[in-house]
Design a protein. Structure first.
Lengths: 246, 123
């Protein structure tokens, strides 16, 4: 029997995360008032998607815009075709970015007020200066960034060369989103920060006010102090928020 | 009472009034032992949801070359939630405490008991 539900209660982003993380072989059928679609999962990835005449990545991006509709998950259903080749985490980030860009285009049409270039440059300089100062206060500092919930960094500073900050930003954003959803669903309060401890590093993510951005800090586990990192992140989150335009 | 339950009782007693809940959870999201101060606490939902978090954390850490995940610490305005991998990473140990808890002490207690708890899991 298929697992069934409503996208208003369990979002498509969460359904994709669950099926890919669980490495399910499954078909997720989706139905809105006017359209039917399906996403097929195998071995931890999306392998096929269809929506009307669209298939592949474009079908996934379109389905990600659905705010409501019904879903049914059929386990062990093989994909009839292979049309999706982008890793699922990249698909989600691209999908979210496209939605944000759509919102931005709409806002521009409505407001039609250009963003002052000077203000943007000034903000970038301020953020860079604050991040450099932060680096000096974290023992074992490796990298820091201010990242949007679309997974894109708006400012970053690192002392170790060869760190793929863009990849780290994207991956950590996925994790923070899942943690935030988990905390919300469990009624465990409002998420403030999440710390991932690995055998090599402490990776701390702290929301900035409004939760549209967060501050990420990575430090060497051999040299860093957890208390120092949490304190510095708290102090600097407020300073960074003040340096960002409203 | 099993050895596992006994150890969790000891942890609960050590954490005192700050203790909220604890569970030993397999990577299938199913709790094999645990307890909570609140009868309304849905341990099965919390276990399953945090299993997804620790799995994604392990996946993310692997993709960004940070090595094996040791622990996830989530801070909310109500609680600290610590999910720590045990042994060969086939189980994790989740502990939730109030924000009044001394975080350093909670982590120290978990360090102290993690190996004993892993040894007490029936295999």
């Amino acid at each position: 029997m298929a697992l069934q539900g409503d996208l208003r209660h369990l979002s498509l982003v969460n359904l994709i995360q669950i099926n890919c993380t669980e490495q399910n072989r499954a078909c997720l059928r989706l139905r809105s008032q006017t359209q039917d679609g399906a996403i097929y999962f195998e071995a931890g990835e999306i392998v096929h998607a269809v929506l009307g005449t669209q298939t592949g990545e474009e079908a996934v991006y379109e389905l990600l815009t659905w705010q409501d509709g019904e879903f049914a998950l059929e386990m062990d259903e093989p994909a009839p075709d292979h049309t999706v080749f982008t890793p699922w985490s990249n698909l989600l980030l691209d999908g979210v970015r496209r939605m944000d860009e759509g919102d931005a285009v709409w806002s521009e049409l409505v407001e039609s007020e250009p963003e002052p270039v000077e203000e943007a440059e000034e903000m970038a300089e301020k953020l860079d200066a604050v991040l450099k100062q932060l680096a000096g206060e974290v023992s074992g500092f490796v990298a820091t960034a201010v990242i949007g919930m679309d997974g894109l960094g708006i400012a970053q500073y690192q002392v170790v060369k060869g760190v793929d900050v863009d990849n780290i930003n994207a991956q950590m954003t996925l994790l923070l989103k899942l943690v935030d959803t988990t905390v919300g669903k469990l009624g465990a309060g409002v998420l403030e920060d999440h710390l991932l401890t690995t055998e090599r590093a402490y990776l701390l993510m702290r929301f900035l006010p409004g939760k549209e951005y967060y501050l990420g800090i990575a430090a060497d586990i051999q040299k860093a102090s957890l208390g120092n990192m949490r304190l510095v992140s708290k102090l600097y989150a407020e300073r960074i928020a003040k340096a960002m335009p409203r | 009472m099993s050895k596992l339950d006994q150890l969790l009782q000891e942890v609960r007693a050590t954490l005192g009034a700050d203790f909220v809940s604890t569970d030993i959870v397999g990577m299938d999201g199913i709790s094999i032992a645990g307890g909570s101060v609140s009868p309304d606490f849905d341990a099965s939902e919390a276990s399953a949801r945090f299993a997804m978090v620790v799995k994604l954390a392990a996946n993310v850490s692997n993709k960004i070359g940070m090595g094996r995940v040791v622990e996830n610490l989530t801070t909310t305005d109500h609680a600290f939630i610590i999910a720590r991998f045990l042994g060969d990473n086939s189980y994790y140990w989740g502990v939730a405490v109030t924000r009044e808890a001394t975080l350093g002490m909670v982590r120290m207690v978990m360090n102290e008991y993690a190996e004993q708890i892993w040894d007490a899991i029936p295999r």
